[in-house]
Design a protein around this ligand. Sequence first.
Ligand code: FMN
Length: 217
Amino acid sequence: MKVLAISGSPRKGKTTDRVIKEVLKGVACETEFIRLAPLEISPCTACLACLTDNVCKIKDDMRSLREKIIEADAFVIGAPNYFSMMNGITHNFLERLCQFRHQSCRMLAGKLGVVVSTGGIHPQIPGQQIERIFSYYQIDHVGTIEVQGAASCFTCGHGEECDVGAVQMMYGAGTKITEDIIPDLSKQVAKIVEAQELGKLLTKRLAQKTGAVADVA
Ligand SMILES: Cc1cc2nc3c(=O)[nH]c(=O)nc-3n(C[C@H](O)[C@H](O)[C@H](O)COP(=O)(O)O)c2cc1C
């Protein structure tokens, strides 16, 4: 059994990466964590060259992920909210899974999927979109965790006076940025527990799939 965890956040070690890693703490089988940001993964070009053999012909880093995707029994996929959508890096990756779907080819069908959804104000949005894409690929959705992360506006240096930034959107004009108002996973203990529980649930579901007994608390 193998769980492939994919983070679409360009910010290494920030909320999306951290929540995914908390989910993986609850997973009792082999896992691999991959960040998409250092990889070159372009969007689907609708060339249909994958139509006959279910192999995408675009020469980029999706090629090195292809076998890992096929071999995985489950995915943990995380994305941040950018402008009320999942961010582009994650979307490119999910588009390119289209190669597995042509001609009724169900290469991803029945694999399990957990979603990690983050956002500065609306953390639920990317998760809803990923869940919908899971259904196109017939990935069996196990659960979603939504976590508030810190928008860059808290640290960009202009957060207090910027009237289009997240600080004023969340707290209003005149707000001083202090440590206690900056969202951080460490302040959301219930979310850390929820993430690990989701990992355990994924382990149980994987065990049920194979008929093995889940050895998790
Ligand atoms: C370009 C950009 C657009 C964003 N748009 C939104 C948004 O529309 N809604 C929201 O809730 N958060 C938005 N955010 C905030 C991020 O979702 C938030 O900082 C999240 O924690 C990022 O994930 P990370 O911590 O893993 O990098 C935006 C961030 C960036 C960089």
